[in-house]
Design a protein around this ligand. Sequence first.
Ligand code: FPP
Length: 255
Amino acid sequence: MTQRETDLRAQLAAGEVPAHVGIIMDGNGRWAELRGLPRLEGHRVGSESVRAITTAAREVGVKALTLYAFSAQNWARPGDEVEGLMELLRLYLLQERPTVMENGIRLRAVGDLDALPAGVREVLNDLARDSSANDGMILTLALSYGGREELVHAARRIAEDVAAGRLRPADVDAEAFASRLHSAALPDLDLCIRTSGELRVSNFLPWQIAYAEILVTEALWPEFREEAFFSALLDYRKRERRFGLTGAQVRGTIG
Ligand code: FPP
């Protein structure tokens, strides 16, 4: 561990960390291309960042970590890249089992999971089931996930419930809506990190991101490791979250 990492850890131990961190893991392809390597090699080294950040998040007391691992739109990538990513995911789920269990991590997934290859779905379901009683941290993988897709799905469920007389239009509120999302179990995001410098949210958790603090770093995902993650958590601490109020209200200087 570097001296800087030790210092950052010590600072983090002495104060608040965001309860729910979401990460848009971007830049695997560019990382590989910059080194003249196949894109899949970027994804492979990216999966090592997943390991490092998951363990680091658990250690510093993050309660929920949600990683955007594969979007609904990623299916349109070249077939060999999609296949390679699915295989990496399967291997990750198999190899990470001991770390997940030893660290009390509960693994979940959100998205159109039926679209995943059976081999991935099986290991995912096994680990989700076996880790379901763990209460150290919830690790959610967004897989075949699209924010608009899940909003549309929730709207359809509301319409069905209203049509069937189970729900009155007047009772359609934020809670009724949120409870019909695939990601209903996820709390609001406190901090959303995006790597590789792109300034967009790319269909990631539109409901939960409403009041999230956003941090974009130039680092490409395969090179985003503990030090960069801890710096992001410390940056979050400096933010003033207002939720629509004035700064003075938040600081309690006016009522
Ligand atoms: C974006 O980089 C990243 C992805 C589409 C996949 C993310 C997958 C991993 C980090 C590895 C496997 C996941 C787990 C959970 C083990 P990009 O390919 O869009 O990069 P680019 O914009 O530079 O081309």
